[in-house]
Design a protein around this ligand. Structure first.
Ligand code: GLY
Ligand code: MN
Ligand code: MN
Length: 436
């Protein structure tokens, strides 16, 4: 992403913060997976959004109106020996020359300098609880300043940064939309690849491997743990084991997306392992597809966040009634919630740097109105687990979700994942095209 984009974001936030305030953002801590093995390092989304700085052990400060610079970055110093083991560090000098900090200092100086920078500020923006180990340091800095007593003004308000920052993050800029298109494109290619190799006898993890190959081939990584569920596993919403063998006659539900340049895609397709839907599988699939189409049609500027979900629920109610799986009128099914054992999650979520992205869904107890730049998923589903009461056996083990990524535009919506087929005939034609 262009460094100017990060500078623009900082300017926007600084404008919202007001004078005599200071914002503190810590980098994500490295995390251990087992003993001395680390998880791949991923910078904190809020920190990266404002800095574009990917290293751990860093603290960003924003100080509106400060004469010597509004953006101060603390980061690791250059260290030839450590860099031999762990790779290059920017160091304070490059934090200024390449990352746009007005001033940068070694991270070891933070305990001394941050309290001094806090002096005279009335309000500190900091989000408590997101990095519990860091909370204590922030409290310590404020307390140490208070201990100085007369003559030093210590901040008397500690305010969460989330409201301002997450509202900014909700509206995607042109550069962000571009990164999301790229993440969507890589995700779609991976789904095509998985469909092409799919056949009975493979293991779910072998389908997962196609995603990892395609993602890494393009410099992307999974944006969440891929869900590759076959047969009864299609009905387990957060299935991650991915270790069952695909059988002839199964459905396969794959929910997998990637993160590219810190932006996520989130895509689900469901298809028959052998390339032909059974009549029951196709019937359920078509209901989900109708719900999906109805929800997409309800996305646009001026529509409310609740509309796509309500449209999907109505379509699911109509469809399940038509198939004889629910009694009553569609309206009574919606009113009573009797569809919920089949469709128990919402139709989508915000999408961005985090797969379940930040941003409020309600304002003053009302669903938010959609505006250009907001990005969301549309992902209705129907799940009929083995043994579901009141449902004839031929429907058991059918779980279907169709998930796409949508950007609200000035005159409607852009389907970021439009190029990945969802029509059942088109899907059938793709399955097993490359199977050995
Ligand atoms: N993959 C997580 C979700 O669909 O929300
Ligand atoms: Mn999703
Ligand atoms: Mn998903």
């Amino acid at each position: 992403m262009n460094p100017r984009e990060f500078a623009r974001r900082r300017r926007q936030l600084i404008r919202m913060m007001g004078r005599d305030t200071l914002a503190i953002l810590p980098a994500a801590p490295p995390r251990l997976r087992n003993r001395d093995v680390q998880y791949p390092y991923r910078q904190d989304s809020d920190f990266y959004y404002l800095t574009g700085f990917g290293e751990p052990e860093a603290i960003a400060l924003l100080l509106p109106g400060r004469g010597r610079g509004e953006y101060v970055l603390f980061c690791r110093e250059r260290d030839a020996e450590r860099e031999t083991w762990d790779g290059a560090r920017a160091g304070p000098a490059r934090a200024v020359s390449e990352y746009g900090a007005d001033e940068a200092f070694p991270i070891a100086a933070a305990d001394d300098l941050v309290p001094r920078l806090l002096a005279g500020c009335e309000r500190v923006y900091y989000t408590m609880g997101a990095h519990p180990e860091f909370d204590q340091r922030v409290v310590g800095w404020v307390t140490s300043l208070r201990a100085h007593g007369a003559g030093v003004q210590a901040p008397d308000q500690l305010v969460t940064l989330d409201h301002l920052l997450h509202d900014l993050r909700l509206y995607k800029s042109r550069d962000e939309a571009q990164a999301m298109r790229r993440a969507a494109r890589i995700g779609m290619q991976a789904h095509r690849r998985a469909m092409a190799v799919c056949r009975p006898g493979l293991y779910e993890y072998q389908v997962e491997a196609e995603f990892l190959h395609e993602f890494r081939s393009h410099g992307a990584r999974p944006s969440y743990l891929p869900i590759v569920g076959s047969g009864p596993n299609t009905c387990v919403l957060h299935y991650h084991a991915n270790d069952r063998q695909l059988r002839d006659g199964d459905l396969l539900l794959v929910d997998a997306g990637c993160e590219y340049d810190y932006y996520a895609s989130d895509i689900t397709r469901t298809y028959p392992v052998n390339g032909r839907f059974t009549p029951e599988q196709r019937a359920i699939y078509e209901v989900v597809l109708e719900a999906h189409a109805a929800a997409i049609a309800a996305v646009g500027p001026g529509r409310s966040w609740g509309e796509p979900h309500d449209a999907a629920v109505r379509a699911v109610a109509r469809g399940l009634r038509r198939l004889g799986l629910l009694d009553g009128t569609p309206a009574s099914i919606v009113r009573s919630g009797s569809y919920k054992p089949f469709f128990m999650h919402r139709t989508g979520h915000w999408l961005g740097m985090d797969v379940h992205d930040v941003g409020d869904y309600k304002v003053a107890d009302e669903w938010r109105v959609l505006e250009p730049g907001m990005a969301l998923t549309v992902e209705p589903g129907i799940y009929i687990p083995e043994g579901m009461k009141g449902v004839p056996k031929q429907w058991w083990g059918i779980g279907v979700r169709i998930e796409d990524d949508v950007l609200v535009t000035a005159d409607g919506a852009e389907l970021l994942t439009a190029d990945l087929p969802r029509d059942p005939d088109a899907i059938e034609a793709l399955i097993g095209a490359m199977a050995a």
